[in-house]
Ligand binder design. Structure first.
Ligand code: SF4
Length: 305
């Protein structure tokens, strides 16, 4: 397998192969909420989720979708990029009346520089009506759905208050794929109670699902979250850089080579990041992981059984 300069199917390589040029992401806050916060499923939200609904880098909710896209584009002028992914990031981005969803997605798709729209949501917020809408939009420009699975283990899912069962995720992936929508799955490495074996079980499980992309993210403990209370009470420890590197490298080695890796780490917002603080040095973390892949001669899928 050849993926350019990296030993895995990186997101940047995929974008260049697919679109023939560099593409950047602009993050949007469309003013959503989440059923795990508004009382429909729960009130506290997922235990790690910040007040920004995991969209702390997203745009300004007080401005229109077009303005947020333009603002995001303006911040990337030095990179000489012409196409963008409009990323609906904050909270649950299919959790609103269908007319509102149609309006915001169509506004994003109509932007001449937007090549893709990517929508972060929950598998229990994908009604037939919503999927019908996504299918229509997908005929105009590619539509990706990003699902926050985090783990396949139900005890961990209960602890993090994910609020849906694995079977719900499976049904959502099936429905999306039957209708031709690409699926990207978020996995958190380093959740309390999860050792490397358990994290690899999640990756192995995903190899057997029809998914197109994965985001491997380090657990961040953020201020004002319930997880921060447990962390400060000494109920769990976060991973060291060495431990994280070992886990993520093993995940890459065990991941099906056809799945695009969108992320191998993640940088929590510095102003509310409690731990692990080493994660704020993103380039250093990336270099450490790449070095480890090289030293251990690991490439994506090389340890697939
Ligand atoms: S589903 Fe997403 S937005 Fe909702 S509480 Fe969990 S992480 Fe936050």
């Amino acid at each position: 397998m050849h993926w350019g300069d990296k030993p895995y199917y990186s997101f940047s390589y995929y974008l260049k192969q697919t679109f023939g040029e560099k593409i950047h992401k602009v993050s949007i806050n469309a003013g959503m909420t989440c059923p795990n916060r508004d009382g429909t499923i729960g009130r506290g939200g997922c235990i790690f989720c910040s007040a920004g609904g995991s969209g702390d880098f997203a745009g300004n909710v007080k401005t229109s979708i077009t303005e947020q896209i333009n603002e995001g584009i303006a911040g990337t002028t030095k990179f000489n990029v012409n196409k963008y992914i409009a990323y609906f990031q904050a909270f649950t981005n299919t959790y609103a009346p269908i007319e509102y969803l149609r309006k915001i997605y169509e506004e994003a798709i109509a932007h001449e520089k937007v090549a893709v729209i990517s929508i972060a949501t929950r598998p229990d917020c994908l009604s037939e009506e919503v999927i019908d809408l996504l299918v229509k939009l997908n005929e105009k420009k590619p539509v990706w759905i990003e699902l926050g699975l985090q783990t396949i283990h139900e005890d961990t899912a209960n602890y993090i208050r994910r609020g849906y069962q694995l079977s719900c995720f499976e049904q959502a992936v099936k429905k999306l794929r039957q209708r031709g929508i690409s699926v990207i799955v978020h996995v958190i490495l380093g959740l309390p109670g999860e050792d490397k074996k358990r994290m690899l079980e999640t990756v192995t499980y995903l190899n057997h699902m029809d998914i197109q992309g994965i985001k491997l993210q380090l657990l961040h403990v953020l201020k004002y979250t319930d997880m921060a209370k447990d962390y400060e009470a000494g109920k769990f420890k976060v991973l060291s850089l060495e431990e994280y590197t070992d886990c993520v490298v093993s995940c890459i080695a065990n991941l099906d080579p056809s799945i695009v890796i969108h992320r191998i780490t993640g940088d929590g917002p510095k102003d509310i990041l409690i731990a692990p603080l080493w994660s704020s040095r993103k380039m250093f973390v990336m270099n450490t992981i790449h070095h480890e892949l090289k030293v251990r001669n690991i490439w994506q899928g090389c340890e697939l059984k």
